[in-house]
Structures are given as C-alpha cells and as structure tokens.
Design a protein around this ligand. Structure first.
Ligand code: CTP
Length: 487
C-alpha cells in the first residue's frame, strides 16, 4: 500500500494525546489508525489557522467496541456510546470526541448476510470510504506511528482540489446515497471540483436521495449554507439535478419572462446573490436560510399589470406561509422556522418606510414586530439590493440609511418616554401629606416633564427638591379647581 514517509507529523496538533492512544492500542494489541476530517484538514490549505477539531475518527482492525472500552478505562474517558450494528463506538476523553469504527470489508447495507463486525484489512476499509480525500490513514501504533497511508492518491486529489470516489462512483454511492450530498458539501466548503465520472454517477443516482431521512439531508444542506460562498453549493445542487430532491421550490425561481417590453429579473440568480451578500456579513445559518427563501413566493404571486409591468404582490406574506411546509419537510426546529418566517414577512417593510412622511408609529410597529431580529432584518434588506445600476443602488442604500436613522430616533424617544420619575408616588405622598389621588400623578408627571425639558437633572435629590418647590403651587391650584367645581 502506498505510504508516505516524508510527512512530518511531529508538529501536528494533539500529537502527545495521539501517542498516548497509540500506547493503549499497543498494550491491548489493537491496530489503530487515524482517519477522516482530522487527517484531511492537515493537508487542506483552507483549514490552516482555523481551530483544530477535537472530534477525531479512528479505524480499528480488530473489535472497535472493545478498543473504545479499553480507552475509556485507561484514559479515564466517559460517555461511551456503542453502535453495535455498525461496529462503532464513541467515547469522550479530555475534551476529545473519539469515534472508533471496526474496519469493514463490505458495504453498510443492512440486509447484508455478513456479520457486521468482521476483521478486514486497512486497504479494503479505506476503499469503502466516500472520497479519496477521505481515504488517508495514519498509523497510531509504535511500529507505524505517524506513517501516512494513501492507497487511492487522496493527497494528490487534495492538491488538485478534486472530489473523486475511490471505487466506481456508483458502488460508493450505493453504499450510502448521502455521499451524493457530501460530495457537494466538500466541493462547496473546500472550493474543490467534482471529477466528471463522479458527477455523472451523481446525476444518474440522484433519485436515490429519496431513501434518505430528511434529518440527514437537512444537516448536509445547512452545512452547505455555511460555506464562504454558499451560492456555489446551490448551483452545484442544481447542475447535478439534486434540487428536486432537496429544495424543489428553488427551481421555480428560475427564468425570466418578457412581455410588452417589460421583463423581471431572474429570481434564482438574484436569490443567489442575496445569499452570498448575506454570507459575507454573517455566519448565522438561519439568516442565510432566510436570504435563500426571501423571494420564494415570487413565482406564485407573479402577475402582469398593463402599463406597470410585473408585480409580485403579497410575496412576503405568502413566502412566510410557504416556510411552514418547507420547515416541516426539512425537520427545521420551530424556532428556526419562526425566525425565517419573520424575516421573509418583513423583508420589504424597511424600504416601504423610507419616505419623509413616515410616522413614528409605523416605525414603532416595525421595531416591535422585528424585536431582537431587527439588525438581522437590516442585513437581509441591504443584501437584497442587487441592482447593476450604481445610481439605483446608491439611492436604495440612502433610503435604507434613512430608515435605520428613524428607527434609532424613535428608539431614543421611546426610551425617554418609558422612564419614570426618580421620586415615586409613595415618596410624593410622604413629602406632601397627600392621599392617593390624581394630584399625586400630576406631580409625578410634572417632575418627569422637568427632566425631559432639561430643567432638572435625572436624579433623585434634584427631583425631590423640585417637588418641594412646586408642591404648594399645585396644591393651591387643586384647591382652587375644587372650590370652582362646588360653586
Ligand atoms: N464516511 C464515509 N461515508 C459517509 C460518512 C463518512 O465514507 N457517508 C467516512 C469518510 O472517510 C469520513 C469518515 O467516515 O472521512 C468520517 O466521517 P465524518 O465524521 O462524517 O466526516 P469527516 O470526514 O470527519 O468530516 P466532517 O467532520 O467535516 O463531516
């Protein structure tokens, strides 16, 4: 098997820990190798400088469950979880999440008559993995510690930035169709290409996605949205014919219609730009999701109006409602769904409010409806300005800044309004000898007004002195009104 001896692993992270694991393996006479993301990341340039993952995968040539048990005992681990059917076990040690899998020779298929735990060699185990970039292994035992095995030229593919299956792609994908989406995920996150033969198999086998649980599809999809440029992932899903199985509503956004000299923009293209604009500002996945679906109801609400052109009335509200079905299908949490619905529902509002005459109460309604998510809404709204005309962009952004300023103004006003006199009713009654009644309220209001007008500072002693100063005038006035009423 191709081994690489030129790799210097001595400065890789967690070497001491891996060596201790290796000693446990030697003591128990287990052959153990590091595989998966930890190893891949050591060779992929994009991951340099990023925090090093603490979840590490291992393949064990003997019984992984027994090895996990031994690791737990020897290194004082905890939280041992065993997946007997898959010959896998997880254990936590010193903040590391270690996953041990027994080397396997054949496919994962549940209907296989072969025992699920069966001794295999390293080569056949690696051959059953998803992509060549994930077929690297590093020895842990004393005899081969730090030796990197690369039977399928994974390192060369990492250098070429290529996603390729180690076996015939149809065999690899048949083992687990989720790998179809993993290919898109790795390509998007790492900025790699998918090899042509692998692409062809993905296209052919796309309908196999139907047998996957939506939880697994969702997890991959949300990881794709986490990329630096998530539009690339959505385009790949589209090019590879996967959107019908993952997000059919996005397909309806495609295309431009022309009538009587009017055309509208291609909503698919626009959506992807908004998505990337949002991604440049935030890592927050639900906000990126909201960008993806903000115009989802445009195809449904599209109408041609004589002399006006294309309209999409109500696409904000209908889009928010469409999220019900999408969220149910994708098993998104209620909190995730409600957040996305709120942003979709409100995404046009700030621009509507960008006129001089807009009232405080209209602004206040936006503040209340958006609640804690107002800043996120602003990120989405700014990202939504994708016009190619610089003058238009400038105007929209200026309108937008106006709304943000108005929100600020109204917030400040409301904060002042919500404040209370530092001298409360009880104290007013004690200082004036008044009984509970409207006059107490009047005095309190007068103190608040004096603070708002800047006559006195907003502190307790100043407010009390002011009360003592005005109380006689208020009492006399009250008496006068009372006697007038009697007459
Ligand atoms: N694997 C596979 N097919 C799958 C899932 C996983 O072949 N459907 C293999 C791959 O070799 C992968 C390893 O199992 O590298 C570990 O899987 P996982 O932890 O899911 O992925 P990582 O590669 O570690 O990457 P990440 O943690 O970023 O998902």
């Amino acid at each position: 098997m191709k081994t690489i001896s030129s790799v210097d692993v001595s400065n890789w992270p967690y070497q001491d820990f891996l060596q201790r694991l290796g000693r446990v393996a030697d003591e128990g006479q287990f052959d153990v190798y590091v595989v998966g993301g930890y190893l891949r990341d050591r060779f992929v340039a994009q991951t340099e400088g990023k925090t090093v993952r603490k979840d590490i995968d291992f393949v064990v040539l003997e019984d992984a469950l027994k090895f996990a048990q031994l690791v737990k005992e020897e290194l004082h681990g905890h939280g041992l979880v065993v997946y007997r059917q898959f010959g896998a076990a997880m254990v936590e040690v010193e903040g590391f999440k270690l996953e041990f899998v027994t080397a396997r020779t054949e496919s994962y298929e549940a209907n296989s008559r072969k025992p699920s735990v069966q001794k295999a060699d390293l080569y056949s185990d690696l051959s059953r993995r998803d992509f060549t970039i994930n077929t690297l292994a590093m020895g842990l035992n004393a005899r081969n510690f730090g030796v990197v095995y690369d039977p399928f030229d994974g390192l060369s593919d990492i250098r070429k930035k290529l996603i390729r299956t180690p076996l015939e792609p149809s065999v690899t994908f048949k083992d687990d169709p989720l790998r179809i989406l993993r290919a898109v995920r790795f390509a998007t996150l790492l900025g790699f290409d998918i090899e042509e033969k692998t692409r062809r198999a993905i296209r052919e086998m796309a309908p196999r996605l139907e047998i996957l649980s939506w939880e697994r599809i969702r997890d991959e999809f949300l990881k794709i949205l986490g990329a630096e440029k998530p539009s690339r992932g959505i385009r790949l899903l589209d090019e590879l014919g996967l959107l019908p199985y993952v997000f059919p509503e996005l397909l309806d956004l495609k295309g431009v219609e022309q009538r009587k000299g009017y055309h509208h923009k291609d909503v698919f293209v626009h959506t992807l730009r908004v998505l990337d604009n949002v991604a440049a500002k935030t890592d927050k996945i639900p906000l990126r999701f909201a960008a993806l679906v903000h115009d989802i109801a445009k195809p449904r609400t599209k109408a041609f109006k004589e002399g006006v052109g294309w309209t999409f009335h109500g696409h904000d509200e209908i889009g928010a409602r469409m999220m019900e079905k999408i969220a149910r299908r994708m098993r998104l949490s209620n909190e995730f769904k409600k957040y996305v619905q709120k942003l979709v529902r409100l995404h046009l509002r700030p621009i509507f409010l960008s006129t001089d005459e807009v009232t405080d109460s209209a602004i206040r309604r936006l503040i209340v409806q958006a609640g804690d998510d107002l800043d996120d809404l602003f990120i989405l709204c700014r990202a939504d300005i994708t016009s190619g005309n610089p003058e238009k962009v400038r105007r929209h952004l200026a309108n937008f800044d106006f709304v943000v300023r108005r929100v600020q103004e109204v917030r400040e006003k409301d904060e002042l309004r919500a404040f209370q006199s530092p001298v409360r009713g009880d104290e007013i009654m004690a200082l004036t000898g008044l009984k509970p009644g409207p006059l107490v309220g009047k005095l309190k209001k007068a103190i608040e007004e004096a603070i708002l007008e800047g006559i006195i500072p907003n502190d307790h002693d100043a407010a009390r002195d002011y009360l003592l100063q005005i109380k006689d005038r208020f009492l006399q006035e009250d008496n006068r009104l009372r006697s007038e009423k009697k007459k």
